[in-house]
Ligand binder design. Structure first.
Ligand SMILES: N[C@@H](CCC(=O)N[C@@H](CSSC[C@H](NC(=O)CC[C@H](N)C(=O)O)C(=O)NCC(=O)O)C(=O)NCC(=O)O)C(=O)O
Ligand SMILES: O=C1O[C@H]([C@@H](O)CO)C(O)=C1O
Length: 223
């Protein structure tokens, strides 16, 4: 069996997508922690274009971009499928995964913004939550794919875990559960499901880390 390695960084929402996918499939892998502020030669060699984690290395061959990696994992290890088999259901799932990928940058916008920039990011977050509430989650029971977690849940995980941490870091309340009851129950289902719950990065640790990072950013901006 070809060796499976994952280059990730502990706070990355994208790296966690791959960790969960591998664990949901029951695949053993070697995890290699990267410092994205001081990238290893392997990371630069495996992902010379974006120089980002995650990178999955399967039998020595690198695969980059979390969504591409998850599709690859689903093809190589078909057990516990991450995408629906029905072509229409699959297209709908891929639509929402693309939507989530396009909105992922809202994390950085919120975290790195100030004043008007931050307000614009909050507005975009609220618009996205509204779309999840009124479109993506209509008719959804426990998870996007039914009773089991699939790739759409994984793609939206930044809403389930990272948004709350960013709110804490910035002292903002963006997600009001009573305004988004469907999103709220999906978050609870997602975060309490076994493999996800056991492999979420620690919220307090991340909050401390991101607060420190933000102080450093603010100091360097004002100098
Ligand atoms: N589209 C990729 C995104 C992967 C990614 O963003 N990885 C981050 C760690 S997650 S952290 C989330 C990430 N932010 C950053 O990477 C901040 C980069 C800044 N230059 C810094 O070093 O602090 C982000 O917003 N990403 C959205 C995007 O790129 O579309 C990384 O390796 N960064 C190193 C670098 O860029 O130099 C995927 O899905 O795999
Ligand atoms: O460096 C970053 O960390 C956060 C987020 O990814 C938390 O994990 C973010 O948006 C960045 O740009």
């Amino acid at each position: 069996m070809a060796v499976v390695k994952l280059l990730g960084t502990w706070f990355s929402p994208y790296g966690h997508r791959v960790i969960w996918a591998l664990k949901l499939k029951g695949i053993l892998y070697e995890y290699i922690e990267e410092d994205v502020r001081n990238k290893s030669p392997s990371l630069l060699q495996y992902n010379p274009i974006h120089k980002q984690v995650p990178v999955l290395v399967h039998g020595g061959k690198p695969i980059c971009e979390s969504t591409v990696i998850l599709q690859y994992i689903d093809e190589i290890w078909p057990q516990n499928p991450l995408l629906p088999a029905d072509p229409y259901d699959r297209a709908v799932a891929l639509f929402w995964i693309k939507f989530a990928d396009d909105k992922g940058l809202l994390m950085s916008k919120l975290y790195r913004g100030n004043g008007e920039e931050q307000q614009a990011a909050v507005k975009e977050w609220l618009e996205m939550l509204e779309v999840m509430e009124e479109h993506a989650l209509i008719g959804v029971k426990k998870f996007f794919g039914g009773d089991e977690i699939n790739m759409v849940d994984i793609a939206f995980s930044f809403v389930a875990h990272w948004l709350g941490i960013l709110e804490d870091v910035l002292g903002l309340e963006i997600f009001k559960p009573h305004k988004f009851p469907r999103v709220s129950s999906w978050i609870q289902n997602f975060k309490s499901s076994p493999i996800i719950k056991d492999n979420l990065p620690d919220a307090d640790k991340m909050s401390t880390f991101l607060k420190r990072g933000r102080e450093m950013m603010l100091t360097s901006k004002s100098n």
